[in-house]
Design a protein around this ligand. Sequence first.
Ligand code: ADP
Ligand code: ADP
Ligand code: ZN
Length: 213
Amino acid sequence: MKIIMLGAPGAGKGTQAKMLAKEYGIPHISTGDIFRANIKNGTQLGMEAKKYMDQGLLVPDELTVKILLDRVAQEDCKNGYVLDGFPRTIPQAEVLDQALNNLGDQIDYAIDVDVPDENIINRMSGRRACLSCGATYHVVHIPPKAEGVCDTCGQALVLRDDDKPETVKSRLEVYHKQTQPLIEFYSKKGVLRSVDGTVDMQDVFAAIKAILS
Ligand code: ADP
Ligand code: ADP
Ligand code: ZN
């Protein structure tokens, strides 16, 4: 099963993608997580990506596409994967499409997690991330067992630099301009499904599972 998660920053793509990956035994692939891991390790790629991420802009397609194609070519992706945060532009979607075509393959579903802009700032300002294992929490809606500490790996949780309200505004603008057109792209292919992302995370998950089964 090859699944793409679509939706605004903070819509809950990552939260759902992790649950799906566990449920179906397929890898969860987040380009944002890959970039953040590179920033943390001080790689060349990380330094390049950070310039864009800090401003709420997209990392250039060329760089992003290469990383993604390398990742999905790995052995653990043979039976499928859930993509979270990729594609984010039409050119990215076209490259992925072509790469799959060449293998006689295609995306099964693109799931749009729909959350209005008004809810997004609240989601982002309350988001706390573990930069060690990629787990994500919300101080009110999905709190960790102990405040500020990751349930899974015990590391300290952080507010991401790009989750500050000024940057979130730019990211929303970028989303509407560059990423939202993907909804029509996948709709034309007949693989788009939408779910209401404003309800409880378990209810969002149930709606997605109903689509996939
Ligand atoms: P969120 O889950 O809140 O949408 P991500 O972790 O997916 O955030 O992405 C964080 C940042 O990483 C983006 O704002 C962008 O700068 C960069 N990024 C992640 N994925 C992509 C992509 N597919 N194309 C370009 N930039 C990306
Ligand atoms: P995305 O990957 O789309 O940027 P996340 O999955 O990181 O979004 O979710 C953004 C924030 O909202 C996180 O703090 C997360 O814990 C929280 N969140 C996710 N799903 C829900 C939900 N259904 N209801 C309330 N908060 C949620
Ligand atoms: Zn952790």
